[in-house]
Design a binder for this molecule. Structure first.
Ligand code: PMP
Length: 306
């Protein structure tokens, strides 16, 4: 959790957490129209660096644009504000949460360009999202009874607060049933993504991931596609079914929080041997080398904290 002495960047100023308060009449609290990001900062030999910061801030502003919300900050402004927040909290490695939300300007559904828009950034220590053991051994996943949104039910390109209602339902259901994470199918029954992760399967040495339909355009997903191709693996973006998943040799989730987490089981069926797959292991360690600045080929992906 975010410690009580932490500082939050709010509308251009760093304020103490206890002063970073909003009204109960905040529009986003009622209707979920806010957009946010999840970003990680890692310690490297040359100080801390934020992984693909510009791409995350670009996605944040794209999310806002879909809703016709203008925070009034540029990519550069928000990259600088992010770094400022990390420094102000003395964090070497952390998770960063920028959010753009609609403030207290009336509770009608109708909003326009004059509606108050607020921007905040928090940062805190957050270890392995699905546990260290999950990273090493893989996690148990179940197919959710909830579907990922149809492409026109909401904006799937936007990381919208309200989209996470379904994620919370799916995650709760999975955990109550004894699993670590949920896998959403789309409204046509094809595999979509996890509650906060994109998904890959490996079959006969080839990686397959969901096409860009009902899913969030994951930055970790993109990084893994580039990295796997650089390592000589074939990667295809193609629809696949739950039973393709059952028959896969390996499977893993990708996400800023989840990083690269192997999936050992789906619906009680072992995936491959039920241990972290060989290709999954290679990609996972290559990914951690990159984020920790140990692979010079990808230093462009690191935004230094200074
Ligand atoms: N899908 C969903 C629903 C998510 O919440 C996330 C996490 N942001 C992802 C996929 C993975 O995206 P990224 O790799 O950019 O964190």
């Amino acid at each position: 959790a975010v410690s009580n002495d932490s500082k939050i960047w709010m509308n251009g100023k760093l304020v103490a957490k206890e002063d970073a308060k909003i009204s109960v009449l905040t529009h986003t609290l009622h209707y979920g129209v806010g957009v946010f990001e999840g970003i990680r900062c890692y310690k490297t030999e040359n100080g801390s660096a934020v992984f693909r910061l510009k791409e995350h801030i670009q996605r944040l502003l794209d999310s806002a644009r879909i809703f016709m919300i203008d925070p009034g900050y540029s990519i550069d402004d928000l990259c600088k504000a992010t770094v400022e927040t990390v420094i102000a909290n003395n964090l070497e490695e952390c998770y960063i949460r920028p959010i753009i939300y609609l403030g207290d300007g009336g509770l009608g559904i109708k909003i326009d360009e004059k509606y108050p828009v607020e921007t905040a950034i928090a940062a805190w220590n957050w270890g392995a999202y699905l546990g260290e053991e999950g990273l090493a051994k893989g996690i148990k996943v179940c197919t959710s009874s909830f579907n990922r949104f149809h492409v026109n039910s909401t904006a799937t390109r936007s990381k919208t607060c309200g989209n996470y209602v379904a994620s919370v339902l799916a995650k709760r259901e999975a955990v109550i049933s004894g699993y670590d994470e949920a896998l959403f199918l789309d409204t046509e029954g094809y595999v979509a993504e996890g509650s906060g992760e994109n998904v890959f399967i490996v079959k006969n040495g080839r990686l397959i991931t969901t096409p860009m339909t009902s899913i969030l355009r994951g930055i970790t997903r993109d990084s893994i596609i580039i990295l796997a191709r650089d390592l000589g693996y074939e990667v295809i973006e193609q629809r696949f079914t739950k039973d393709d998943f059952y028959l896969a040799d390996e499977a893993f989730f990708t996400g800023t929080a989840a990083e690269v987490t192997p999936i050992s089981q789906l619906d009680g069926r072992k995936i491959g041997t039920g241990a972290r797959g060989e290709i999954t292991g290679k990609l996972q360690s290559a990914f951690f080398d990159i984020v920790k600045g140990k692979n010079k080929k990808y230093t462009d992906w690191l935004y230094p904290v200074k």
